[in-house]
Design a protein around this ligand. Sequence first.
Ligand code: GLA
Length: 747
Amino acid sequence: MMNKKIHFHFLPVLCMLLSVVSVKVSFAQNGDNGKNRTESVQLIPIETAHSATVFEVGKDNRLHMVYLGSKLPENKEYNQIIGQYRQGTDYSEVSDVVYPASGSQNLFEPAISVRHADGNQSLDLKFVSVQTKQMDKDIKLTEIILKDEVYPFEVHLFYKTYFATDVVETWADIMHEEKGSVRMDKFASAGLYLRGSKFWLTHYHGDWAKEMRPEQTLITHGIKTLDSKLGSRADLFQPPVFMIALGQKAREDAGKVIYGSLEWSGNFRVDLELDNLNNLRVIPGINNYASSFDLPKDSLFTTAKFLYTFSDRGQGQASRQLQRWARDNKILDGNGQRLTLLNNWESTYFDFNEDKLRSLLKDTKSLGVDLFLLDDGWFGNSYPRNNDHAGLGDWQANRKKLPNGIASLVKEATNMGVKFGIWLEPEMVNPKSDLYHQHPDWVLKQAKRPEYYFRNQLVLDLTNPAVQDFIFRIVDTLFTQNPGLAYIKWDCNAVIYNAYSLHESQQGRLYIDYVQGLYNVLKRIRAKYPKIPMMLCSGGGGRVDYGALQYFTEFWPSDNTDPLERIYMQWEYSYFYPAIATANHVTNWGKQPLKYRVDVAMMGKMGFDIPVHDLSAPDLNFCQASVVNYNKIKDIIWHGDQYRLQSPWTNDVASLMYVDRDKMHGVIFNYLVNARYGSGSHTPIKWKGLDPNRKYRIREINLYPGTTSTLKGDDVLSGDFLMTIGYNPKVDASRSSVILVADAVQS
Ligand code: GLA
């Protein structure tokens, strides 16, 4: 699927605009300043299977937002909604305008702010036309054209609906025909206006090894802004995902909730403003922080996409919608297969040579996983990458560690029947590198200020096409020289400090063009290597968003692989991202037994990052058997529907399950998360998503060698029983993690 991103077209815009008009409403002659707009001229409902976003063109010719919620059976009744709410005073007549601009009658946070070519700062967008195109059975695109009456300035709003999964993607094209450039000070993707009584916001904060910590707050009057200014990625302290529960706090299986996320891998900003009428304005977009720029005449600026989904059946339903949408429409190869792997990072760090890697290839084979992933430390000669102070940028195999290059290892792996993958951090440079000395102008930094490092490195200037080309060639050369190479872990361990590009004529474009430059490279890579699996990594979960995931098959949620921590993190990630894309590795972090660590890694895309040769014989046997077990259930985890059963935040035992689409098979994960005396599952846990009329045989899998299940082993129970009474996995301190499988019994 083609995705339009930020770009500048130098096209004659006007003729393009006029050709798409299907419905035209002429501007009010004298203008009524927005008063008396209760009578709508035209209603524009944007519907999915269960939800509707409804706009109306008021008598003032502005586009107002009427509603976002459950689809009503009587389409024409959307007309009646606004009348049921308290009407505002004169100054709030424009407060529900869909894409509010600044400098005219809007008194609230704008979606767009500009300075026209003549220096004037006022913009007032009026409706021109709407057009709808059915793209395929599921996808519909609505384009609404708005135009200023005084200046030749236009905004086209797009709403792409995914009918079955109730997801909407929205973005804006901004263009003008003024006599010079227009300065863009704010350029959000969209504006939502939600009417209601109370709004509960769930958002996330974190840091390295502390990703996805949720907070839920009642939104109070004023503006709450979620944002990031890291430049090279969206998240480290705050991810670009959030949810808004309407009326009351978010609940798993009931209540109205909207999930939102910006598809953008850099600075983002979401303003949530509760106004004088107690309604909520949501304005998501690329962050305008240090990003004012001039838009030349006849050019087009396309904002990032904002996606949202509404559910009136709680968070669980919303997340299943989003997960399915992501697999069907966004994540690269979202419905395909994934490779289990052995990574060497935590078993060797930078300290390895060819012999050590050969023995790790044997370990990969003996473990039974699909691929060996060679991590950081394999490159750099003038400045060998023996620690994180040197070598980034010099992507040639280190001759001392790997005298026969990567090629001989790839060959050896192939001969052994395992695949080979490699770590890259191609956007970065260590000052101790040949690259830094050869191309000082390729580095983002302030020439007059001392260099300031994040993990001893600087960020390359991806706004520069020469740098984009360099990065593409790193990847292309690796694949050309090693056709057997099967996987890339793409890391990004630094933020942009001292933002300045020698290549940019307008520094205000740097943060935007950086991300666009990255996407250009990724597009080129995907054009040549459409299916090679790539992991999106950033010293942990700093870099997952749906802008990037269209080029990646999976992401690294956190360097923190302590399984107890991971239960909470993976739980929170699962609201927004499907298990097939969530890479979980078994490591030596944490105090839990090996079985617990493996079981936690299984509820996503499993890998290992442990010294296999140090494992005792029973531990190795267990890991080998786990891989076999995982291969039997991975399809359900990767492609099925996920149900969160019992939250780790409020229970001794966290529990979640996956059910395949035919409701024939389920996998249920249960983990003890409370170490206090007597903690465990003392009552049955209600399962979800099964067919009430089918019977299921329940068995425990992935037992540690020499242990037996305390469950009967031959329970056959109806879906109805399992969902209304539940099933007790008998989790306690002596069996702190339990995986159950439910298979429908053929009648
Ligand atoms: C980041 C990644 C780790 C590892 C190191 C290598 O921190 O998250 O998994 O690849 O880089 O330097």
